[in-house]
Design a protein around this ligand. Sequence first.
Ligand code: CMX
Length: 137
Amino acid sequence: MNITHIEHIGIAVKSLEKAIPYYENILGLKCYNVEEVADQKVKTAFFLVGQTKIELLESTDPEGAVGKFIEKKGEGVHHIAFATTNVQDSLNEAAEKGIQLIDKVPRKGAEGLNIAFLHPKSTLGVLTELCEKPSDK
Ligand code: CMX
């Protein structure tokens, strides 16, 4: 699949306003970007830890993926995102190996990345995102 590193860990929170101070004041990280991703029905906040980001996710719609997740499971780790050199190739490979895809083709995610998700029912319960910087191609 050509996975290079963990791009980010997505964490569902009820409120960015309440969650950001924990990451800044207790963990000592700096929130460097807050961005709404309308397509995904979330508002996101990013922190950099080495090469990996923490992405906090606040739902903007109770019927969205994060809204439903918080309603069912509460706050917590929502997904892991792996950086790959080519998301479409990785999706094709996963599909060939019998993994259920949520996205058959990449779409635009936060920070301009090309992203796609694998279904948690075929990835041992972990919602898995594959992502790629457009310039990586
Ligand atoms: N991790 C693990 N399991 C999850 C999950 C998650 N994040 N979200 C849902 N599930 C499980 C549920 O617990 C449920 O399991 P059971 O059937 O055993 O109860 C099952 O998946 C179905 O869940 P659901 O609440 O009925 O939700 P849907 O089937 O409508 O959608 C999913 C589930 C994964 C297809 C949907 O959340 C999705 O498309 N996710 C990808 C997009 C996304 O998460 N976007 C937000 C982040 C965007 C960003 O990072 O910018």
